[in-house]
Structures are given as C-alpha cells and as structure tokens.
Design a protein around this ligand. Structure first.
Ligand code: SAH
Length: 244
C-alpha cells in the first residue's frame, strides 16, 4: 500500500506518461521485480481509448454508475471514456506528473490524492480500480484495511469494480498440477520498481489476488464479491458490494 504522494524525481511512470502526452512518444518504461525477469510497460497502452480497451475494462466502464472514483487513474484513459459516456467521475493518483497530464487531457476532476489518505473523505457510488486494480492493496494482509476504506468511501448501495489476475498459472508443473508452498507468503504478492530514463522509482508491493481469496476476505469484511467477467489471461472483473 503506497502511503505517500510521489515526488516528481521518483515518479518514472508519470515521467513516461508526460513524455508520451507532450511528444507523442516515450522511451522505455522498465519494470523490475525480485520475482520476475525485467519487463517493459508499453507506455502507449496507458493511453488506450475505449475501443482499444480489453472487453473486461469496457464492461467495467459500462457498469460504473452514479458518482465514480477512478483510483490510480494514470493518464486518465478510463476517466476520459467515462466523461464521453456522460458519467460523473473523480480521478485520483499519487503521481503528480500523471495528474498534470490528466488535467491537460481534459479530465475535469483530477486530484493528486492517495486512496488511503484519510483526508480524502468523499463518497461515491462506484469505486473503479482497473489494470490489475487490486495491485494498489499491496499485500494480502492489507485486505481488511482496504475493505474498511471502501466502507468509508462508498455510498449506501455502492460497489467497487476491480480487476485482478490469478497468478497460480505461473506455478504450474508440466503435468498441469500447481505447486504452491502454502507455508510461503500468498503467491500473488509481487514487489516492483520502475525506471524511466534516469528516473528510478522506489520499490512497491503489488497484489494479484485470485477470485476465491478475494471473496473470502470480502465476506469476512462484510462485503459480497461477484465474478462479473473472466478475461483471456487468468484475469477477471469483480464487483464488491456491502452485504446487508
Ligand atoms: N488505471 C490506469 C493506470 C494503472 S497504473 C490504467 O489502467 O491505465 C497504477 C496507477 O496507480 C499509477 O498511476 C500509480 O501512480 C497509481 N497509484 C498507486 N497507488 C496509489 C494509491 N494508493 N492511491 C492512488 N493512486 C495510486
């Protein structure tokens, strides 16, 4: 769970987003992890339009209703699509450069804010968390704190629309069995850091959570989890609503 707003000199993704916005192209946004090989995040994909979005994200945007909070909004791609659909959205991000770009791109209500900042105290009908939106929760033990936060942010009858992936396929043996050591930490917890040009970000925790585990935490925290749609790569869209 990030607890702070990023500093501009520690915000590689924001710098890549700002370059792409201003120049129409960006350098390599490199992704490192102690668990995986080096990877790259295609910056252009952070600027996807409604038509370029995966089906699961389009479903989430269609289902989003009332006053919407776009959490970790990045370049503002989902907020802009929601505005085009005539919906009311507030976009938040901890990246100052991304928030500047969102404003320049026409996101009407873009704020530099952390989801977990108690000072951010408004209520929404839909909380949208997309592009492995569960990542922001960071670690599995943060689940109760996350659901408490959702109770503060949701209006009565409101819900969270979140996508995630089940990483168990990474532990699949040749015979199709899954070998996960249950004594280890939950297998969906990944640490990452990013680099763009000479801007190096701090390391952060990012949570991938399978639907069953998410449902268990949801029900123990007074929420109901519904599997809305499954994606093409072990990913899914869930709706989390307060159980009555
Ligand atoms: N939703 C966007 C961007 C996803 S990348 C898209 O689908 O393209 C994740 C974003 O979440 C980054 O921009 C990061 O700065 C932001 N973020 C991470 N932790 C956050 C937090 N606690 N509160 C708000 N935003 C956060």
């Amino acid at each position: 769970m990030h607890t702070d707003i990023l500093k501009k000199d520690k915000d590689p993704m924001g710098a890549a987003i700002a370059d792409f916005h201003r120049l129409g192209k960006a350098g390599r946004l490199r992704l490192f992890s102690s668990q995986f090989d080096e990877d790259e995040m295609p910056v252009k994909e952070l600027f996807r339009t409604f038509g370029q979005m995966p089906a699961l994200e389009r479903t989430a945007l269609r289902l989003a209703s009332g006053r919407i909070l776009d959490v970790g909004a990045g370049s503002g791609c989902h907020s802009l699509a929601l505005q085009d659909m005539g919906k009311e959205v507030c976009a938040i991000d901890i990246s100052p450069l991304s928030v500047e770009v969102m404003r320049e791109r026409g996101v009407r209500d873009a704020r530099l804010a952390n989801l977990f900042q108690p000072g951010f105290a408004e209520r929404f009908d839909t909380v949208l968390m997309l592009m492995n939106g569960s990542g922001i929760i960071g670690r599995i033990e943060n689940m109760p704190a996350f659901f408490d936060r959702m109770k503060q942010l949701l209006k009565p009858g409101g819900s969270v629309l979140m996508d995630s992936s089940d990483l168990s396929y990474l532990f699949e043996e040749e015979d199709g069995s899954i070998s996960i050591d249950l004594a280890d930490d939950y297998y969906g917890q990944v640490d990452f850091y990013m680099r763009y040009k000479d801007i190096l970000g701090d390391s952060f925790d990012w949570l991938y959570v399978d639907f069953d585990t998410l449902s268990l935490y949801a029900s123990s925290c007074g929420f109901r989890a519904e599997l809305v749609e499954e994606g093409e790569h072990f990913n899914y869209l869930a709706r989390l609503s307060l159980a009555f």
